[in-house]
Design a protein around this ligand. Structure first.
Ligand SMILES: C[S@@+](CC[C@H](N)C(=O)[O-])C[C@H]1O[C@@H](n2cnc3c(N)ncnc32)[C@H](O)[C@@H]1O
Length: 330
């Protein structure tokens, strides 16, 4: 190590460390996609029995592949055969961890693998359209960061009715309803498979009686009069960037009309700023070719004002993270 440092090898070390992290994410994702981790779900298996169960014709690759998974501590060797480690089981069973490995080894880095083609006029990406479930699960990882803001706002507003626009897997709606035991909640979700996730999560949390999920596009549902209201608290968490710029003010206007007199619109989002994740995410959104982009903080507040709402100053959700919170009132 000292020799590498003296030889000016710090950039080499950094490059190798980054490369190994990329490999680790791909190994986890391939552990899922090859079915090998799933194959060990119910207990120990030898290489031969795993090969038979998976119906492989692997030309000797399975054993070294299992050793890769072992080196990454996702499985371990026992005298009887291969066994899942706690980390391997977590990857299999925790939807958010699974989505992180699938998402980061898949479309998040696929953006750069295919960027050259796209820069030369290739087709827009289809990640948002095709990876809705993975994205919704991955976004759940932000709930712990958001939790305090949601609960504080619920305690301040004391809502009887809550609306969660683009509710994803339903985590935020569940957190708000738990903090307001008398309140009723409505989630709106455009993606059918994601709506199923939300309904399952709300049921699992015992909230079915006072929560519902409306399936469809928010502006359309509002225009059709299907959303009801008035709502005391309307949440837009990690959703604003799905809307092209031109559609943001009209949506804020419509949501403003759904607010009760003292109601609050609460927006949380990754904002456009010179941070590596923010810049990456903005590029990923723009690469979808649908006018999606990350909002900038002050323009977002101005759009709320243009919609006739009174925005409070924006706050950072966590030090160092490109996440902001803006509340607005009628
Ligand atoms: C990144 S996820 C965030 C989910 C959730 N709010 C959270 O913070 O965990 C955004 C969700 O909004 C949904 N969505 C996007 N545009 C929408 C629209 N116009 N109407 C309804 N849902 C929408 C997407 O399908 C997706 O599930």
């Amino acid at each position: 190590m000292a020799k590498l440092f003296r030889g000016g090898g710090l950039p080499w070390l950094r490059a190798a460390r980054d490369g190994l992290a990329a490999i680790r994410v791909s190994v986890g994702a391939a552990g899922l996609s090859t079915g090998v981790l799933e194959c060990l779900r119910d207990g120990v298996m030898t290489t031969a029995s795993a090969r038979a169960k998976l119906g492989l014709d692997d030309d000797g690759l399975l054993e070294p592949w299992l050793k890769v998974l072992e080196a990454h501590r996702l499985i371990r060797a026992t005298p009887e055969g291969w066994l899942l480690t706690r980390q391997g089981r977590r990857l299999l069973d925790d939807d958010v961890v699974r989505a992180a490995y699938e998402g980061f080894s898949g479309f998040h880095t696929g953006l750069y693998r295919e960027l050259g083609l796209q820069l030369h006029g290739g087709h827009p990406r289809q990640d948002i359209a095709e990876r809705g479930e993975t994205i919704a699960q991955l976004t759940r990882s932000m709930e712990p960061l958001l939790h305090e803001v949601l609960v504080t706002e619920v305690h301040r507003v004391r809502p009887a009715k809550i609306l969660d626009v683009g509710c994803g897997a339903g985590m935020n709606l569940a957190a708000m309803l738990n903090a307001a035991p008398q309140a009723e909640g409505t989630g709106i979700e455009i993606d059918n498979a994601v709506s199923d996730l939300a309904e399952r999560l709300l049921e699992h949390r015992g909230l079915t009686g006072r929560a519902r999920v409306l399936r469809g596009e928010v502006a359309t549902l509002v225009a059709e009069g299907k959303v009801g209201g008035p709502y005391d608290l309307v949440l837009l968490a990690n959703v604003v960037y799905y809307l092209p710029l031109a559609q943001r003010v009209p949506l804020f206007q419509e949501l403003g009309k759904l607010l009760s007199e003292d109601g609050t619109l609460l927006i949380t989002t990754t904002a456009a700023m010179p941070d590596p994740f923010s810049r990456h995410f903005d590029l990923l959104l723009r690469a979808q070719g649908q006018g999606m982009e990350l909002p900038e903080t002050e323009p977002l507040r101005q759009q709320l004002a243009q919609a006739g709402l009174r925005p409070a100053p924006a706050r950072r959700l966590a030090p160092g993270a490109p996440l902001i919170v803006v509340t607005a009132q009628r």
